[in-house]
Write a protein that binds this ligand. Structure first.
Ligand code: 13P
Ligand code: SF4
Length: 325
């Protein structure tokens, strides 16, 4: 007699042990853990679709600061999940892949930055949130791409400022505020890959298209932009603007939300210099739906921070939240 009939439990699993319906499995774990899934716009579309909240770095920090969930599942990169942990020392903060770092954050090693800071006594340190907890702990105020101009404008004019680590955002803030900032020379491997030449070619092919760009792009690309802003600002602009076509100079993950909100509009990802997919953030893309499920199932990998660093990094983040209401 045939005795190895499949039970309903068996047929919910694939040969790898993962459930067939990851969406349903993640929803069930969310209830079980009282978890919230926060996702950045640069995540794969399926992760964006399962998230409770999608946003830019500032909105995700605000959400992390105010959630009453017990577990924060951060679908983003390490510095974002770390910020959530700094704000929530007693919550479990999960990052689906701990190797999801940030090339920009990596351009600012703590030892070198401490020496840079010591070489500029009397300077206030404003750091872009895309940096490690160690750099945040050495900073006076944190900012994101959506509030950097607003924050620098609130600092007394005679106060010298170091801006780290992104030189492109720093240069953009200098232009917008008329302030002279001492810039740390960091940059993002994704935003410096866009080709000015290919953007010009696209503009010739699509003269009706507007170029929209993230301030982390290099000046030759920003020069062609009709609008510059954080990921949320780009998304809102693409909805409010009457144009039907956009050349999008930031990580193309954002196009999923743009397309969902404006199905009739046409979004063209700005091409990289080489014939590669290097306009996709390799760090963000390390997170997958499978890893997100496994992180929730295993309650790991978890973000852990030395308490001394966390406490020192908390104050400049809180200042940012206060200064950007
Ligand atoms: P946002 O501030 O728009 O979230 O940008 C974050 C980021 O990592 C850009 O590369
Ligand atoms: Fe970091 Fe650049 Fe990726 Fe943003 S796109 S997370 S700055 S590497």
């Amino acid at each position: 007699m045939f005795t190895t009939a499949l039970t309903p439990r068996d047929i919910t699993k694939t040969a790898t042990g993962l459930p067939y319906d990851l969406f349903e499995a993640i929803k069930a774990l969310k209830k079980e853990l009282n978890a919230i899934i926060l996702a950045h716009y640069y995540q794969d579309s399926d992760i964006q679709d399962i998230a409770d909240y999608i946003g830019d770095s500032l909105e995700l920090s605000r959400k992390a600061a105010n959630t009453d969930a017990d577990v924060i599942v951060f679908a983003g990169v390490h510095f974002m999940a770390e910020t959530a942990k700094i704000l929530n020392p007693n919550k479990l903060v999960l990052l689906p892949d701990l190797n999801a770092g940030c090339s920009l954050a990596d351009t600012c090693p703590p030892k070198e930055f401490a020496a840079f800071k010591a070489a500029h006594p009397g300077h206030l340190v404003v750091s872009y949130i895309n940096c490690s907890a160690d750099i945040k702990a050495m900073s006076d105020i944190i900012c994101t791409s959506s509030n950097a101009v607003k924050i620098v404008n609130q600092i007394p004019e005679n106060q010298p400022i170091i801006f780290a680590p992104d030189r492109n955002l720093g240069r953009y803030v200098m232009e917008q505020t008329g302030r002279n900032l001492v810039l740390w020379q960091g940059s993002c491997m994704v935003h410096e890959t866009f080709s000015e030449k290919k953007i010009i070619q696209l503009k010739i092919q699509h003269p009706e298209a507007e170029v929209i760009a993230h301030p982390e792009c290099e000046p030759p690309v920003l020069r062609h932009a009709n609008f510059i802003g954080s990921t949320t600002a780009l998304l809102k602009y693409s909805q409010a603007c009457s144009s039907n076509k956009f050349i999008v100079a930031t990580e193309p993950g954002i196009i999923h939300q743009m397309q969902q909100r404006e199905p009739k509009k046409h979004f063209i990802p700005a091409p990289p210099m080489n014939n590669c997919a290097c306009n996709e953030c390799p760090h963000m893309r390390l997170n997958t739906l499978e890893k997100l499920y496994l992180a929730m199932k295993n309650r790991a990998p978890e973000i852990v921070l030395p308490e001394e660093t966390r406490v020192a990094a908390l104050q400049p983040i809180q200042r940012m939240l206060e200064m950007s209401v």
